[in-house]
Design a protein around this ligand. Structure first.
Ligand code: AG3
Length: 275
């Protein structure tokens, strides 16, 4: 069969050789596509952008979930905004005492992932997950609960994800966090001009809201440039590793470990300057 192509910029694209275009649907919010590929296994694209592939999803999902869990092992109540593929929730549920409220805007994404991407979506069968189909913006505006961890696992700042990058949303997340609570969001790439502008914009919004607001990185082959960032923000909890190394070893993770946790905050000079 042919190739799937994602334009990273006007001048750079990633093309992936496809075995089969498995599924396609335009929902109320976005276009969902599932493909089978030679190199990355099955993958999902939303509005033409790769969200996850079977081969490299472990990197993103381990880094978005285990890093905060090991900065504050007392985390119990977690809110995930987005994350309709289930990968983030799957990693969180490895910790026996964690309970998750998940707010996904597009019910179709969950339905499609349950059918085509059980590798991540099987997590939704766990009774410790409370799945809600709602707009994350409205949810955090109205919620009266306190969370130990809020993870924003969204698309890029375009389409349905756009308002998850606004001040109002960040303020409400801050309000819902416990004193030791941690806020994590997907933070784009430092490399290309467009994504670097997003990176800067997100950081400049979070910094005034949280005494601790920093960034950490991971290497994700199927995201633009492969160099990807996450935001880490907290009122009180510095991002040191405080985890239980025995418990962590029992998970047999493929990317995250104590050394990776510590090193992930070491940012290259151009990234620091770009912030
Ligand atoms: N969320 C971040 C996806 C960003 C990808 N961007 C792109 N391909 N241009 C991923 C959701 C996985 N749970």
């Amino acid at each position: 069969m042919g190739w799937f192509t994602e334009y990273w910029t006007d001048y750079v694209k990633l093309s992936v050789r496809i075995k089969k275009h498995v599924f396609s649907k335009e929902t109320k919010y976005q276009k969902i596509d599932i493909y089978d590929s030679y190199e990355f296994g099955r993958f999902m694209a939303l509005d033409g952008y790769i969200m996850l592939t079977e081969r490299d999803e472990f990197i993103y999902h381990e880094m978005i979930a285990h890093l905060p869990m090991n900065a504050n092992p007392a985390i119990r109540k977690v809110l995930v905004i987005g994350g309709g593929d289930g990968g983030t929730v799957r990693e969180l549920l490895r910790y026996p005492d964690v309970v998750v409220d998940m707010v996904e805007i597009d019910e179709e994404v969950v339905r499609v992932c349950r059918e085509y991407l059980p590798l991540t979506a099987h997590a939704f069968d766990n009774p410790r997950v409370h799945l809600m189909f709602a707009d994350g913006i409205e949810y955090v505006e109205k919620a009266e609960k306190t969370y130990d961890l809020i993870i924003v696992d969204s698309t890029d700042p375009s389409g349905p994800g756009l308002s998850l990058y606004k001040n109002e949303f960040y303020k409400n997340c801050q309000r819902l966090l416990s004193d030791e609570g941690i806020f994590i969001n997907q933070h784009e790439s430092p490399y290309f001009d467009d994504t670097r502008a997003s990176m800067r914009d997100i950081h400049r919004k979070l910094k005034p809201l949280f005494p601790i607001a920093t960034i950490y990185q991971a290497f994700i082959p199927t995201y633009p440039s492969g160099h990807w960032l996450f935001g880490y923000a907290s009122k009180k909890t510095h991002p040191e590793f405080r985890g239980d190394e025995k418990l962590l070893a029992s998970f047999k993770l493929k990317y995250y470990n104590k050394e990776v946790h510590q090193a992930a905050f070491a940012l290259p000079n151009y990234v620091r300057e770009g912030l």
